[in-house]
Design a protein around this ligand. Sequence first.
Ligand SMILES: Nc1ccn([C@@H]2O[C@H](COP(=O)(O)OP(=O)(O)OP(=O)(O)O)[C@@H](O)[C@H]2O)c(=O)n1
Ligand SMILES: C[C@](O)(CO)[C@H](O)COP(=O)(O)O
Length: 374
Amino acid sequence: MKVAAIIVAAGRGTRAGGPVPKQWQPLADRRVIDWALSLFLSHPRISRVVLVLHPDDLPDWPETRGIEAVTGDASRTASVRNGLEHLASSDVTHVLIHDVARPCTSPETIDAVLDALGVAAAPALPVTDALWHGENDRVVGTQDRTGLFRAQTPQGFEFAAILAAHRNHPDIAADDVTIARAAGLDVVIVPGDESNLKITHPSDFARAEMHLRGQMDIRIGNGYDVHRFGPGNHVMLCGIAVPHDRGLQGHSDADVGLHALTDAIYGALAEGDIGRHFPPSDPQWKGAESHIFLRHAVELATEKGFRISNMDLTLVCEHPKIGPHAAAMQSVVGEMTDLAPNRISIKATTSERLGFTGREEGIAAIATALLIKP
Ligand SMILES: Nc1ccn([C@@H]2O[C@H](COP(=O)(O)OP(=O)(O)OP(=O)(O)O)[C@@H](O)[C@H]2O)c(=O)n1
Ligand SMILES: C[C@](O)(CO)[C@H](O)COP(=O)(O)O
């Protein structure tokens, strides 16, 4: 079985509204389109992913590894057909056709459809509400719901069969099962999922967001570090050499800010602290630049499937004054972590001349990091 996925994303999302078509709108920290793409790209049983885009959107689509971008057409049916024709002379044996507008589809639904193939299989849910006919805000009739289902995607087909069915069905159809049925194909119904909703109207964004956030692994971690002052003419703080009449002492470059940020990430991952990964007893870390530690923590987070959402750091000291350097620190930390500066907060406070920071014996730093695994 060699399976391709066709994700149709050439619609204009008129019912959903918004400044751009719905697939480009933000949803739970990504764009709607990214949810469907990452689901199919990461599914082990899918070998090719074809993305059908509107002609206006195609020029802006960056060439992306593993995604074959194809031009869409005036109707969903015609867009699907373009995707199928793109695969026409390939060795693909089966195809899953999916709406980009369904960002909450689960890998289990994909597996259920693939397991049921066959010639054709698609997820659906039995209708549970009473059904009426209505006119001018009045009920004019009722409809028996026995045997009625609400169709979802991805809809799966034997490739040659659905290609032929589409070629023989030039008219617009509600979905690809309709076209398969018109060609006489037998379609198996597999259980759909209430959360596999299609973003159609503005209120659907909130429902999808609630589901996706509920599914996410969201981790918070804190980091705290202190370094004492010693001789020197600058302190390293968040990767910036800040002029000062003393330096900070430590086994590494004593960048207390980067250390707290690093420990916050390790903390969120339940991966101990810097000392566990870079033991102070190991001479190779003597005088080390602390960006090494922060980069390691970020890599570890990425390896475990997490993305850093934001970080917040407070430096506690009377001097040096941090405000004039905060923007530069944000930008340097942004480079180290691959985060936009507006996701990194760097601020400072004095301790009102109380305690060791108040007596200017050293600098303390407190950090929080929020990590998300979709
Ligand atoms: N010419 C079209 C129309 C629709 N679609 C895709 O088909 C799916 C289902 O369509 P729908 O939810 O109706 O999306 P839109 O057509 O974008 O929405 P609207 O009808 O509100 O404009 C969506 O993923 C949409 O991008 C497509 O690829 N090409
Ligand atoms: C394909 C589909 O999602 C199955 O429920 C649905 O038919 C698409 O309908 P739309 O009117 O094009 O949104």
